[in-house]
Design a protein around this ligand. Structure first.
Ligand SMILES: NC(=O)c1ccc[n+]([C@@H]2O[C@H](COP(=O)([O-])OP(=O)(O)OC[C@H]3O[C@@H](n4cnc5c(N)ncnc54)[C@H](O)[C@@H]3O)[C@@H](O)[C@H]2O)c1
Ligand SMILES: O=C(O)C(=O)C[C@@H](O)[C@H](O)[C@H](O)COP(=O)(O)O
Ligand SMILES: [Zn+2]
Length: 362
């Protein structure tokens, strides 16, 4: 079993390994005892696969109520959020109760936001089931989407603990594995050149990792994220680096309609744009062309979706949470492991996006 501590205002453990859930009772005892009731929130796919297994474990601690959302990004909505709160009230959850999020980033973000706001905040734990959730389950960003932008309604609200069972990833479809790989690559690119070299060394490890390789990716990624969150829990500074690739990525997701592209595929396109900008604007040497070829081999979409105009994308980028004083703040790289923030007037960024997209199709 591996363990990483997130040194947030109230520190908490991230346990990685099959059987991590067996520590639930001890972790809860250390944090003040068993809850009166547990609300297990999951999606229909994960419920079918692992719902009973996890419910049985939780029931050894406290009575469990289950709320199942439809799988997919559309569940990060005000309607689902409200339905969870109604259900929690109907089932008699109170301040001594706890939420358990079982699923990928969608369930984690939604359940976390419900926990953050139910009776002004009740404890929650994350039980991630996607590779991507090595990122989303850690760090306490919880949110739902708005048609005008990704994660626009939310709260910083840390879980009490994260229990990562790599065995759950065995059933993950290839496209979802690839989506999570984008965040693994993001963590390597912003913080650790040797981790990135290891990822690049063996395409089969990235395309079809075995359990040891997966545990290494998850653990390294979580260590990088935990270190950054520990320095800047509420994103007043360095935490913004975790947004590498997201300014354009989120714009693509929102402009296409939530769920039309995976988060990771959209972020991969955003990272390529950020790397291209880093070379052009900062003179960084990041081997853009080789990186693009590697991304294509992995299966990330080769280009920004053609049907979206740069103007539409620019309008969504302008709504990004990092925007300040009318300037869009992009995370660029001086070199691998050295992110910086670079500010753009919208007209200039739109022109650069146009140029990038023209080069993409040559
Ligand atoms: N809070 C954060 O810091 C943070 C970080 C990164 C991403 N996110 C958010 O996370 C979301 C994306 O998360 P995701 O990629 O996990 O998507 P997801 O939660 O939608 O899961 C992807 C798909 O895989 C299915 N699935 C989940 N686990 C499975 C398993 N073990 N076996 C088979 N199928 C399984 C789900 O039902 C779903 O259809 C986005 O909304 C993104 O904005 C948040
Ligand atoms: O934890 C963070 O900080 C991140 O930026 C991680 C991202 O991978 C994640 O997608 C996050 O939800 C984006 O945050 P947002 O503030 O841009 O909505
Ligand atoms: Zn992300």
């Amino acid at each position: 079993m591996k363990s990483v501590t997130v040194a947030a205002e109230t520190p908490y453990p991230v346990l990685i390994g099959n059987g991590s859930l067996d520590s639930l009772e001890k972790v809860l005892a250390d944090g003040g005892g068993a809850p009166k009731k547990i609300l297990l929130i999951t999606d229909d796919t994960v419920h079918r696969l692992y719902g009973e297994f996890v419910k049985e474990r939780l029931e050894t601690i406290s009575p469990v109520e289950v709320f199942v959302v439809q799988s997919g990004e559309a569940a990060k909505s005000f309607e689902q959020y409200y339905a969870i709160l109604t259900y929690a009230l109907e089932k008699g959850l109170d301040r001594k109760s706890m939420v358990a999020a079982l699923g990928g980033g969608v369930v984690g973000d939604l359940a976390g936001f419900a926990a953050a706001t139910f009776m002004r905040g009740i404890p929650f734990v994350q039980i991630p089931t996607t590779l991507l959730a090595h990122d989303s389950a850690v760090g306490g960003k919880t949110a739902i989407n708005h048609p005008k932008g990704k994660n626009m309604i939310g709260a910083f609200y840390q879980p009490k603990a994260v229990f990562f069972e790599p065995q759950f990833l065995a059933s993950l479809p290839a496209a979802e594995m690839r989506s999570g790989m984008a965040e693994v690559i993001k963590h390597a690119m912003i913080a650790d050149a040797s981790f990135l070299s290891w990822l690049k060394k063996d395409l089969s490890a990235v395309m079809n990792p075995n359990e040891d390789q997966l545990v290494r990716m998850i653990t390294e990624g979580i260590k990088i994220k935990a270190d950054i969150v520990s320095q800047d829990e509420k994103e007043t500074g360095v935490r913004a680096y975790l947004n590498f690739g997201h300014t354009l990525g989120h714009a693509i997701e929102a402009a296409l309609g939530y769920g039309r592209i995976t988060h990771g595929d959209a972020v991969a396109a955003g990272m390529l744009f950020a790397v291209w900008l880093s070379e052009k604007e900062l003179g960084a040497d990041l081997s853009f062309t080789k990186l693009k070829t590697w991304f294509e081999e992995i299966g990330f979409p080769a280009a920004v979706p053609e049907e979206l105009t740069s103007e539409i994308l620019m309008n969504f980028m302008l709504a990004d949470k990092k925007t300040a004083s009318g300037k869009v703040n992009m995370v660029l790289l001086k070199e691998i492991g050295t992110p910086v923030i670079h500010s753009y007037l919208p007209e200039r960024l739109q022109a650069l996006l146009e140029e990038f997209r023209k080069e993409e199709i040559v």
